[in-house]
Design a protein around this ligand. Structure first.
Ligand code: PRP
Length: 179
């Protein structure tokens, strides 16, 4: 797998250090509150697994699966919920956990949807953010791992055609793999 990368952006240790930093902030910010972390499948599994285990305080976890309507329609930000949470979020402190924010459209739709369910609060934690989302600030990512370039990145939950999610670091996929 590693041979398919043209560069490693962040290795396992760098990611772990950043996740630990985020966990310290989250522990402080949610002290005395009931935290519900909602992971967005599939990419968020790695961030969720590592972040939740880095916390000192209790948290609950739930999951959603969503799908955009394809690249043409994705720009409208319309997404379909394939799997909803099992938990009610009324009066809960919700932390959405994502692997990457690319355009920010998925998250902005999701936040609007979840807000209508009357949670006590909603914040976002994401491992990585691409420049477009950083520029347009459609979504406020309170807990961000790394701002990354717009290259095709894989690893740490991010895939190409279903593969590479299980790479421990984040790397740029060599164009020879997909061209
Ligand atoms: C990725 C990522 C976000 C979304 C971000 O999911 O996990 O959910 O794209 O894109 P946006 O900011 O441009 O809306 P993807 O659809 O690739 O599914 P996956 O997590 O199962 O890989």
């Amino acid at each position: 797998m590693r041979a398919d990368l043209s560069a490693v952006l962040y290795d396992e240790d760098e990611i772990a250090a950043k996740i630990n930093e985020l966990a310290v902030r989250i522990d402080q910010d949610y002290e005395g509150k009931d935290l519900l972390m909602v992971g967005i499948l599939n990419g968020a599994v790695m961030v969720m697994a590592d972040l939740s285990r880095a916390l000192r305080n209790h948290c609950e976890m739930d999951w959603m699966a969503i799908s955009s309507y394809g690249s043409g329609v994705a720009s409208s930000g319309v997404v379909r919920i394939l799997k909803d949470m099992n938990t009610s979020i009324v009066d809960r402190h919700v932390l959405i956990v994502e692997d990457i924010v690319d355009t920010g459209l998925t998250l902005s739709y999701l936040i609007e949807n979840l807000r209508s369910r009357n949670p006590a609060s909603i914040e976002v934690c994401a491992g990585f953010r691409k420049p477009e989302a950083a520029r347009n600030r459609r979504v406020d990512v309170k807990y961000l791992g790394f701002d990354i370039p717009s290259d095709f990145v894989v690893g740490y939950g991010l895939d190409y055609a279903g593969r590479y999610r299980n790479l421990r670091g984040l790397g740029i996929l060599d164009p020879k793999v997909y061209s």
